[in-house]
Design a protein around this ligand. Structure first.
Ligand code: FES
Length: 165
């Protein structure tokens, strides 16, 4: 599992606001955590513990992610929340959207670390095989992916942007 960079800036941010999400620089997202969680959920369902699997999947939490100016109009940017990739977009001025950063084709991240996600028009482009997803809805719009990205609720309070995952 990937770990966050514990830079002095990161530690300062985290200590001043433990709910703030830390950005990862030049650290690729791994699959081990996601694969492990899927395996656990599948195992629970297999042994008839579907209510436990549902409860585990239903747990959600709100995170302060960034300032609204961190995601310019028309762009998409990857953040790490608990080691998981989350894509945030601003398809129109003042309208922010958040999605799981895992491509629905083969579960690769839409960017290899925190930072800009490649876009083409109003779509995010997966760097693996070129699937495209709407920056507004998360729907698959091209390439080998067929499923939409999972959406997350976004809240803007002043200039602070938070999401619930
Ligand atoms: S993993 Fe994204 S297009 Fe294949």
């Amino acid at each position: 599992m990937n770990e966050l960079n514990n830079t002095p800036a990161c530690q300062s941010l985290c200590e001043s606001n433990p709910n703030r999400t830390t950005e990862i620089n030049d650290t690729p997202f791994g699959h081990s955590r996601r694969t492990a969680l899927k395996g656990i959920a599948a195992a629970l369902a297999t042994i008839g513990a579907s209510s436990m699997a549902t409860a585990a999947q239903a747990a959600s939490k709100s995170y302060n992610v960034c300032k609204t100016t961190d995601v310019p109009v028309g762009s998409a940017k990857m953040f790490a929340i608990n080691g998981q990739p989350v894509a945030i977009t601003q398809p129109k001025k003042g309208t922010f959207k958040a999605f799981s950063g895992w491509c629905t084709h083969q579960q690769s991240p839409l960017a290899f670390g925190v930072g800009p996600i490649q876009t083409s028009g109003a779509n995010m482009v997966c760097p693996q095989h070129g699937a495209t997803f709407s920056t507004t809805s998360g729907a698959a719009t091209g390439g080998p992916a067929r499923g939409s990205l999972t959406k997350y609720a976004v809240k803007v309070s002043g200039t602070q942007l938070s999401i619930t995952v």
